[in-house]
Design a protein around this ligand. Structure first.
Ligand code: 9MG
Length: 265
């Protein structure tokens, strides 16, 4: 899954349409590089990021989603807002990626009224303050229990089991130690019986381990993506699609039951 942020930073070089065009070109490059899904978001969930009004968020993401769907791409919408979910679904999005796990009033209903996939993510606290003092008794058990509860709520609302993906929410109200425990504990989350999505790409934990700035975290992010896939992640949400696809090709060639196909030898 490739990350596409349609936020004002991406509009800095010449207005709204230039921003949409840049996001679209970036998404198309990610798809050409081997992404199966592009995750389009119009509101940053970084600690301290300013909230975005519903209409502005729709304005940001919808033209990009519409153009990608017209290309035949599989598009996910990264949003917490039911109105944005409904607009994206009407435009042909195939997945809702909600860092609040459909807890906003009306979000479960918006998803249930469609047949799209949903990614239910764990977050402790709110994006603005979540990194202040995260605390867990047992981070893997706490996150697993939260995700099991949210999956049950989604199913009770009419979202079938096959449509649900779970995500521990690396970096969302978690210290480095919490993130590492969750990465080691991914098999316990996988045991809930749903595909698991892992998003570690360029996150501060990678920076804490490597001492690198976000733009210099590709190698660390690749190691994290492989560690997640080795522990059962079905989807990795990444910025560096080309490099991640190459790394995963090698990982799969090593781990495939019969090694490389005859043509590749
Ligand atoms: C929007 N977003 C930022 N980080 C994310 C992560 O780790 N997982 C998911 N599902 N979404 C994320």
């Amino acid at each position: 899954m490739g990350v596409i942020n349609v936020t004002p930073d991406s509009f800095s070089d010449g207005g709204r349409y230039a921003g949409h065009d840049a996001a679209l070109a970036h998404a198309r490059q990610m798809l050409a590089d081997g992404a199966d899904i592009v995750d389009v978001g119009g509101e940053s969930t970084r600690p301290g990021a300013a909230p975005v009004a519903e209409a502005d968020e729709i304005d940001r993401v919808l033209p990009v989603i519409e153009a990608l769907v017209a290309d035949g791409a599989r598009v996910s919408v990264d949003t917490m807002k039911p109105a944005v979910m409904r607009a994206a679904i009407a435009a042909g999005a195939a997945m809702i990626n909600d860092v609040r796990a459909l807890r906003a009033p009306g979000a479960l209903e918006a998803a249930a009224a469609s047949d799209v996939a949903v990614c239910l993510m764990h977050m402790q606290g709110e994006p603005r303050t979540m990194q202040a003092a995260p605390h867990y008794d047992d981070v893997v058990a706490d996150v697993r229990d939260f995700l099991a509860t949210r999956a049950a709520a989604a199913i009770a609302a009419g979202i079938s089991h096959e449509r649900i993906v779970l995500d521990p929410g690396f970096g969302f109200g978690k210290s480095l130690a919490h993130n590492l425990a969750l990465l080691r504990g991914l098999p316990e989350l996988r045991a809930l019986g749903f595909p698991v999505l892992a998003g570690l790409s360029r996150k501060s934990s990678i920076g804490q381990i490597t001492g690198r700035e976000a733009s210099e975290r590709t190698a660390g992010s690749l190691a994290a993506a492989l560690a997640a896939v080795a522990r059962g992640a079905a989807i990795v949400r990444v910025h560096d699609v080309r490099e991640t696809v190459d790394a995963l090709k090698v990982w799969h060639a090593v781990n495939a039951p019969n090694g490389l196909s005859r043509e590749s030898r």
